[in-house]
Design a protein. Sequence first.
Length: 143
Amino acid sequence: MATLEGTNSCRGADGTSTTTGVASPNAPVTTVKPALGVMPACAGMTGRGAGISVKVELFGTARLATGKRSVEVSLPTNTSRRDFVCALAVACPQLVAHVIRPDLTDLLEGYLLNRGGRTFLTGDAISVAPGDSLLIISNQAGG
């Protein structure tokens, strides 16, 4: 178990925060619907279709920064990479500048987006379905 310095929080669907100081395999999952007022740079997000709850699995720095193994975000079926990044930034603002670009347009260089451990998502368009799991992973390995 990795201990984090200080405390970290991710926002809940109701706008409240859950706070933790330890990265634990049993950390709770937080469900989040993007709150546009929280991230002004995400004000251009548009709801294109009904929201689907998608699990976002966090590894490495993302897990240490949040103290969570995963969070859930609500996304339209056909969404953009920027919409996904904004939803994730709203869910866990502590990822901004560590995993997410400060301008909220994409993940930082060195991080990859993967669906279900099988497909790397490199384009702007992202299709999600109920039960999908998106993984945020570093493209650097170490030992």
